[in-house]
Design a protein around this ligand. Structure first.
Ligand SMILES: Cc1cc2nc3c(=O)[nH]c(=O)nc-3n(C[C@H](O)[C@H](O)[C@H](O)COP(=O)(O)OP(=O)(O)OC[C@H]3O[C@@H](n4cnc5c(N)ncnc54)[C@H](O)[C@@H]3O)c2cc1C
Length: 332
């Protein structure tokens, strides 16, 4: 079967992997000049943290997200399985209890364990939650490595190609993975602005993703190697995709300093802004729009849920399977 996927973000690449694994002949049209150049996926933190996400997301996200860890381990070399550490400063300790009540699959940790896991944070934090089965990846390396693997498997990438959805209909099956740009045919999609920083510090070493709980400005920090850290991410009901607000910059840095004062001397090496594609219920969907198969609405769970969404799409295409009404049905 010949399949044209529009969009080489994480959704399009995951679909290409699942279609190719079932013998599909896949071509990807991408408006950007390379993988990630124009994709929201470029700005992701890369946390594969399904149990932590249970704090605010549906059970289906927690269940399907667990499958993503093995999937990415099979498709990239950037996955690190070192767990997630959730911390709160003494004055915010009630936030830790609330987080614990809403999540599962963690152990409570105290000064000694925190000192073993993250020696540089041991002086400041005395209680936390450790989600040992969670993982993280470098999303940029992950999508590049996945695209290289797909190329070796025969997937054709056509870059600098801004496809018009009505022009690409032909004999191929068309799969729309354009993210937020698909609002022309998926009218209920909206953008949820996310802002992030890449910082560099040689003064402190953090080994795994840290979530710092705070009543107003929760923060996560993800190591990127060689002293680089991704700090994120805001969640704002706004589709502006270019500029960070002064308030967001102030809050992200303030929380980073609260995690450790050494970050005062860190260098800001990159500022990233994009809008996550989301449906009103913030859950992703696979759905037909006429003859076009659409995979979209990955919201803040692009890396966590694209493997399951791609498998759902592949079952619809190759096995003629009915697409479940909701991911709740698919995850049970
Ligand atoms: C700051 C931030 C932090 C985040 N952190 C995480 C995280 O830690 N974990 C996680 O799982 N998710 C995270 N996300 C969410 C994640 O990035 C998104 O869910 C994901 O990128 C959506 O993927 P997508 O493939 O649907 O869209 P995109 O990545 O935007 O891909 C769509 C692609 O389609 C292309 N395209 C659009 N129109 C056309 C056209 N007409 N012709 C050809 N190509 C076209 C675009 O150029 C783009 O490459 C974060 C997002 C942000 C902004």
């Amino acid at each position: 079967m010949h399949i044209t996927i529009i969009g080489a973000g994480v959704a399009g690449l995951a679909c290409a992997a699942e279609f190719t694994a079932r013998g599909g002949n896949v071509r990807i049209l991408e408006r950007g000049s390379r993988v990630g150049a124009e994709a929201c996926s470029w700005w992701a933190g890369g946390m594969l943290a399904p149990w932590c996400e249970g704090e605010s997301a549906e059970l289906s996200v927690v269940n399907l997200g667990q499958r993503a860890i093995d999937w990415w381990a099979n498709h990239t070399e950037t996955l690190v399985s070192s767990g997630t550490l959730v911390l709160a400063l003494g004055r915010d300790i009630s936030e830790l209890k609330t987080f614990a009540n809403k999540t599962e699959n963690y152990e409570s940790v105290y000064s000694d364990q925190i000192a073993e896991l993250e020696p540089d944070l041991a002086d400041r934090f005395h209680r936390g939650l450790f989600f040992k089965d969670e993982a993280f990846l470098n999303p940029r390396k992950a999508i590049i490595q996945l695209s290289e693997k797909l190329e070796r498997l025969g997937v054709e990438f056509v870059f600098n190609n801004e496809a018009n959805i009505s022009d690409v209909r032909g004999t191929d099956l068309v799969v729309d993975c354009r993210g937020l740009e698909a609002r022309d045919i998926s009218k209920t999609l909206r953008g949820v602005k996310g802002e992030m920083l890449l910082i560099h510090s040689n003064d402190i070493k953090i080994n795994r993703p840290i979530r710092l709980l705070h009543p107003r400005i929760p923060l996560y920090l993800v190591p990127r190697g060689d002293g680089d850290y991704m700090v994120g991410a805001t969640m704002i009901e706004n589709e502006e995709r270019e500029r960070i607000s002064a308030r967001s910059m102030f809050e992200l840095l303030g929380s980073t300093f609260a995690l450790h004062p050494s970050f005062h001397e860190a260098e800001i090496i990159e500022i990233g802004v994009d809008a996550r594609p989301a449906f009103p219920d913030n859950l992703p969907r696979v759905y037909w729009k006429g003859e076009i198969l659409c995979v979209n609405g990955l919201y803040r769970h692009g890396f966590l849920l694209s493997p399951s969404m791609a498998q759902m799409a592949a079952k619809a295409v190759f096995e003629g399977a009915n697409i479940p009404e909701s991911i709740d049905e698919y995850s049970s």
